[in-house]
Ligand binder design. Structure first.
Ligand code: NDP
Length: 289
């Protein structure tokens, strides 16, 4: 009697960052891989700055499908790849790595993720006047996403002016208006904005906000307020209290993950399943914190 063949080894895909324990990606990617019938495990790859070159070299192993990259490595990882998509290079951030013929390629799915999430709730994006708070990797992705949606009036405010100057220089010729990060300038910019986006890291904790919440009263009544934080924030609660429409960061998170999955596998991502799984994981985590 012949022995049955050994089971095929499962593929690996994971998220590289420091820390990664809080990541919702495994909770939405694993059920999606299972639903597509792809024998792969989505795992956490906690990685220090010193360990990053070794981690990236490890992605060349034949059983690796690809990787996500998160804080703080989205920029540093670019120098370790064979190729970086031009849009990701403009954003100055890679959040997805795939392997093609032994070459590691960097992509930025935050851009399409934000554009798709916003487009789903905002049919008139190209007519909106956007004010973005923050000038990090996420803010850059948002600027490029808004440009792809045809938004022509984009203003950015950031606490550290040198970082904002760098964003404007790096994203040229995309026109980005500069707003000072003081109450007077913010109030004036808010009164002219019909789309406010918090792309700062401020908002994860109760009592934390990227700007004084009373300034939100300056927004026009038809303004949409978006927070990239993928949970309820003081900013979103205050905006809703004023009767404004809001969107949190979960749809963006899911859409960027769905795009990554499509790049790794070539299959259409089960977005509804990923949305439900990510939402359940987020809510379960909120209940225990
Ligand atoms: P970065 O570290 O690159 O940038 C952080 C930004 O936040 C900087 O502009 C920084 O300003 C600003 N900031 C931090 N603290 C404060 C504060 N107290 N007040 C005002 N501004 C502040 O981070 P990322 O751009 O990668 O991420 C930004 C946020 O977006 C994070 O919360 C992240 O979780 C979220 N995100 C969500 C995604 C999603 O899918 N929903 C995808 C990617 C990111 P300064 O320059 O002055 O330090």
């Amino acid at each position: 009697m012949t022995e049955p063949p050994p089971p095929l080894a499962r593929l690996r895909v994971g998220v590289i960052g420091d820390p990664v324990a809080h990541s919702l990606s495994p909770a939405m990617q694993q059920p999606a891989l299972d639903a597509l019938g792809i024998a792969a495990n989505y795992v956490l790859w906690p990685t220090t700055a010193e360990g990053l070159p070794g981690r990236i070299a490890g992605l060349r192993a034949p059983d690796v499908l690809g990787a996500n990259v998160t804080v703080p490595h989205k920029r540093a990882v670019m120098a370790l790849l064979d190729e970086v998509n031009p849009l990701a290079r403009r954003a100055g951030a890679v959040n997805t790595i795939l392997r093609r013929d032994d070459r590691l390629i960097g992509e930025n799915t935050d851009i399409a993720g934000f554009a798709t999430a916003l487009g789903a709730v905002c049919r008139d994006a190209e007519d909106r006047r956007a004010l973005i708070l923050g000038a990090g990797g996420a803010a850059r992705a948002v600027v490029l996403a808004l440009e792809s949606l045809g938004v022509s009036r984009i203003a950015v405010a950031n606490r550290t002016t040198s970082r904002l100057d760098q964003l404007i220089a790096d994203l040229a010729p995309t026109p980005v208006a500069r707003v000072e990060y003081d109450d007077t300038a913010l109030r004036r910019a808010l009164s002219d904005a019909t789309l406010l986006i918090n792309a700062t890291a401020a908002g994860w904790q109760p009592g934390e906000s990227p700007l004084p919440l009373d300034l939100l009263g300056a927004l026009p009544v038809d303004a949409l307020v978006v927070d990239l934080t993928y949970r309820e924030t003081d900013l979103l609660a205050a905006a809703r209290h004023l009767g404004l429409t809001t969107l949190d960061g979960l749809p963006m998170l899911v859409r960027q993950g769905a795009r990554s999955l499509e790049l790794w596998t070539g299959h259409k991502a089960p977005v509804d399943l990923m949305m439900a799984a990510a939402g359940a994981a987020r809510d379960a985590r909120a209940a225990t914190h």
